[in-house]
Design a binder for this molecule. Structure first.
Ligand code: SAM
Length: 238
């Protein structure tokens, strides 16, 4: 696969320009020159074969040669609610969510993770999404929603037109899923709680809103392990 670069501007003609971190990588890491072949994507679902025509000080001009519509998305929408931990763990969660095909990640603010919204900046998280999409071949960017309070998260899942919808929250000590509940392309909302666990009122509110509590085995998992146990059950092909 040729190197992939993300264009912030929609690609609508035979000319494209990269700047910012994408141009920096192309100029100073790949050391591109006129004629260097790359793949571009703009988040629209297509990818584009292109070649460098001119390298400027901090931008690169390219000629777009061919457009392909390449769908690497899941066959259903998957929304992950997760209280984001700090630093590398946060980056890891965003990366793995992109790789596994999560459609939308919602940073959760719960009673025991009240500071979550201060721990990340939207632009940093978006950059992680772009980097992971370049690496794994996704041509649509996973959405990072604004942080949601627990009560807002519970109401976020709207019933789909035909009533098929999964709304699952991982909670220690609850029964595991049955194999039959995992299949099918249903819109899905899954969440995990913070390091300190969900408060009793948060669990009661979720159950009152029709969410199902799911056990992931007898060991206590960290946030990211629980999130990806849950996501992988739905996202990996069988
Ligand atoms: N003492 C906390 C409790 O009992 O909830 C542990 C929290 S755990 C570190 C963080 C989150 O991961 C939990 O809120 C839950 O969503 C999920 N989790 C961890 N282990 C789990 C398990 N065995 N089954 C289901 N969910 C789990």
């Amino acid at each position: 696969m040729t190197r992939r670069y993300f264009s912030e501007a929609p690609i609508a003609s035979a000319a494209a320009t990269l700047d910012g971190p994408e141009a920096h990588h192309l100029l100073h890491v790949l050391r591109a020159t006129a004629g260097t072949a790359v793949t571009l994507f703009d988040g629209s679902g297509a990818e584009f074969e292109a070649e460098v025509i001119a390298c400027r000080r901090s931008s690169v001009e390219l000629r777009v040669l061919h457009r392909r519509q390449v769908d690497r998305e899941l066959p259903f929408s998957l929304t992950l609610g997760v209280p984001l931990p700090k630093g590398d763990r946060q980056r890891w969660i965003v990366e793995k969510a992109v790789e596994l095909g999560v459609t939308r990640l919602v940073p959760l603010v719960t009673q025991r993770s009240a500071a979550a919204s201060e721990k990340h900046s939207a632009s940093k998280l978006r950059r992680y999404v772009i980097e992971a999409s370049k690496q794994c071949g996704r041509n649509r960017l996973m959405e990072i929603a604004t942080p949601a309070e627990w009560a807002d998260w519970l109401r976020l899942a709207e019933r789909s037109a035909d009533g098929r919808l999964r709304k699952w929250i991982a909670h220690p000590g609850r029964p595991p899923l049955l194999a039959a509940e995992v299949g099918g392309a249903k819109p899905s909302y899954v969440a995990v709680g913070p390091e300190g666990g969900l408060a009793d009122e948060e669990i009661a509110a979720a159950e009152a809103e029709g969410w199902t509590m799911i056990g992931l085995g007898p060991r206590i998992l960290r946030i990211e392990t629980a999130a990806f146990g849950l996501v992988a059950m739905l996202a990996l092909p069988r």
